[in-house]
Design a protein around this ligand. Structure first.
Ligand code: UD1
Ligand code: MG
Length: 456
């Protein structure tokens, strides 16, 4: 059996009041459409067909996924019309199923969708429903006295009795390709909205004597859609609640869960403590016993066991070794690798540098394009002058080096093992091992000098 997933993404999303097409708005750091595509991939879809319309080119160029196929819906004539556009991609034989997802309903879980696929009768369809306390605006599931699904009626076409029904159509359905193509060719737009409704396929199936299965989604937040930015915020908060729960159930202490945000895939050890206002983004791995202080942002990085990140630190695309201490107010920029027991203190910026174990950069320094050996101490205010205005150059510092405060290392330059550099030096040439090197004009004192005084 092959599975084609059709993702409807042609909606205008007028109520978002945005130049960005609705499906490109982000939840959890990723567009709603990209989340939906991930879901389709996780279900093992053989083909993923996206029906796009409004802002079409922006949508296509935002999604760099080679597996996805695109079809344009030039006129927005309804959900049935949208799925009709994908028919040329179907083989329409008995061995093919079609799952319809919405690009703005990104969080139906794999478990829920698998249940839907499992329930689908082989020549008919299964629909995903849920029960809402306020079902206003949704298509209602009309059942027979025996409880079988008879049809779906849209809010605008419903009478008062049908409007009382709390079971609604989520829009997600799964059907045999062969039958779906036949039903789609038979729908019309004789309704209040003069649209071609995908939901009319349900009634057509039942008229043929086929049973339509309804799978009820227990948690309505899974099938929440977005029409405006209030919904977007609600979806973000439901998404974050799930991410926090996963972290906590896996042994992470969140001092204030509501202020911790996760946008990506987090791999975690045990006994991690995360303080308030922390954002974890991209692919982040955090080892045992790590603690992360308030107001930290960590993106695409590995933080190894026992490390302490103090408040207000920002770490991006870097690897932090075991038992390091970072911050407060440290900035670790891409391609930095710290071995174990490295200390970076306040107002220290490190970029594209390797620092070996036991070394310290404690205060007010810029380390860029550098390699620093073991047990080296970089004094306060040390700057790697790595950029000559055109090119970047490397600073190589050995083991057990001591660099005095306020030193400029003008790259390319190399400091050998055990060297000491006097405070306030501008180092432009390589520095030999185990000696004191300094560049500093001699201190003088001028006798009988008078400080100017104000004249009134
Ligand atoms: C639809 C369902 C309704 C269900 C609700 C769930 C129909 C007729 N109605 O209603 O039963 O309760 O979703 O949210 O199917 N789209 C296109 N092209 C179109 C029209 C829509 O791609 O021509 C896409 C939209 O981008 C959206 C999805 O289809 O992703 C649903 O469209 P929308 O207009 O929101 O449908 P509803 O009227 O809400
Ligand atoms: Mg809708």
């Amino acid at each position: 059996m092959s599975l084609n997933v059709v993702i409807l993404a042609a909606g205008q999303g007028t109520r978002m009041r945005s130049k960005l097409p609705k499906v490109l708005h982000h939840v959890g750091g990723k567009s709603m459409l990209a989340h939906t595509i991930t879901t389709a991939e996780n279900l093992g879809a053989d083909r993923i067909i996206i029906v796009y319309g409004h802002g079409g080119e922006a949508v296509r160029s935002a999604i760099q996924n080679k597996k996805v196929e695109w079809v344009e819906q030039k006129e927005r004539l309804g959900t049935g019309h949208a799925v009709q556009q994908a028919i040329p991609f179907f083989s329409a034989n008995v061995d093919e199923n079609i799952l319809v997802l919405y690009g703005d309903v990104p969080f139906a879980t794999e478990g829920t969708l698998k249940a839907l696929l499992d329930q689908q009768p082989c020549d008919s369809m299964a629909i995903l429903t849920t029960v809402l306390t306020s079902p206003h605006g949704y298509g209602r599931i009309v059942r027979s006295v025996q409880g079988t699904v008879e049809k779906i009626v849209e809010e605008k076409d419903a009478n008062n009795e049908i409007r009382q029904i709390a079971e609604i159509n989520t829009g997600i359905l799964c059907a045999s390709s062969q039958s779906l193509v036949k039903w789609l060719n038979n729908i019309d737009n004789n309704n209040q909205q003069q649209e071609y409704y995908l939901t009319d396929c349900v009634g057509l199936a039942v008229e043929e004597g086929k049973s339509v299965e309804a799978v009820m989604c227990e948690d309505p937040t899974e099938v929440m859609g977005v029409n405006n930015r209030v919904h977007l915020a609600e979806m973000e908060s439901a998404f974050q609640a799930r991410q926090r729960e996963i972290l906590m159930l896996n042994g992470v202490t969140l001092r204030d869960p509501s202020s911790v945000f996760v946008e990506g895939i987090i791999d975690i050890g045990n006994d991690i403590i995360i303080e308030p206002n922390v954002l974890l983004r991209g692919s982040v791995s955090i080892g045992d016993d790590v603690s992360i202080g308030m107001n930290c942002v960590i993106t695409d990085s590995v933080i190894s066991a026992g490390t302490v990140i103090h408040p207000n630190s920002v770490i991006e695309d870097s690897k932090i070794g075991k038992h390091c201490e970072i911050g407060p107010f440290a900035r670790v920029r891409p391609k930095t690798e710290l071995a174990s027991q490295v200390k970076l203190g306040n107002f220290v910026e490190v970029k594209k540098s390797n620092i070996a174990s036991g070394s310290k950069v404690n205060h007010l320094s810029y380390i860029g394009d550098a390699e620093i050996g073991k047990d080296t101490n970089i004094g306060a205010g040390t700057i790697c002058c790595n950029y000559d205005g055109a090119n970047k150059h490397k600073t190589i510092i050995g083991n057990n080096v001591f660099i005095g405060s306020d030193t400029q290392l003008v790259a390319p330059v190399k400091i050998d093992d055990g060297a000491t550099i006097g405070a306030g030096s501008t180092i432009t040439r390589n520095v030999p091992a185990k000696k004191l090197t300094l560049s500093r004009s001699k201190q003088t004192t001028i006798d009988n000098w008078q400080r100017p005084v104000k004249q009134n």
